[in-house]
Design a protein around this ligand. Structure first.
Ligand code: 5GP
Length: 124
């Protein structure tokens, strides 16, 4: 289980994807971000967007990333959502952090989910 306050572990799966040690099929890439389909999609569109830097969570990213990285990453996130064609039908962004969220991979990532109604915000 990932703890959102843990130190960054460079052996996590997304770090390996960024280093090219594990393959992915990029749908978008720039200096700040890489986006690729989730290996286990939970909706017709399920894309992961990750920053090109060593950040565990949104809190870690906000506290420690340089301003140009924060700007560049957020722009990339919006571009990927727009390019996925979901602006009209809608979509959900999720970024899990820590045990209660069931974060599996300790590298900051945003899920973009859409292509069908994505259900309630939290499962009761
Ligand atoms: P989390 O639970 O950490 O928010 O989500 C991690 C996501 O990464 C999961 O939805 C899982 O399916 C996805 N994932 C795990 N390993 C891989 C992989 O090797 N490639 C891709 N494309 N997705 C992965």
């Amino acid at each position: 289980m990932v703890h959102a306050t843990e130190a960054y572990n460079p052996e996590n799966i997304f770090a390996k994807i960024l280093r090219g040690e594990i393959p992915c099929t990029p749908v978008y890439e720039d200096d700040y971000a890489l986006a690729f389909p989730d290996i286990n999609p939970q909706a017709p569109v399920h894309i992961l967007v990750i920053p090109k830097g060593d950040y565990v969570s949104a809190a870690d990213f906000a506290a420690n990333a340089p301003p140009e990285m924060i700007t560049g990453f957020m722009r990339a996130l919006g571009k990927v959502a727009a390019a996925a064609g979901l602006e009209d039908s809608g979509y959900r962004l999720i970024s899990n952090a820590g045990p209660d969220s069931h974060q599996e991979v300790p590298h900051l990532h945003y899920h973009i989910l859409g292509g069908q109604p994505v259900g309630p915000l939290v499962v009761k």
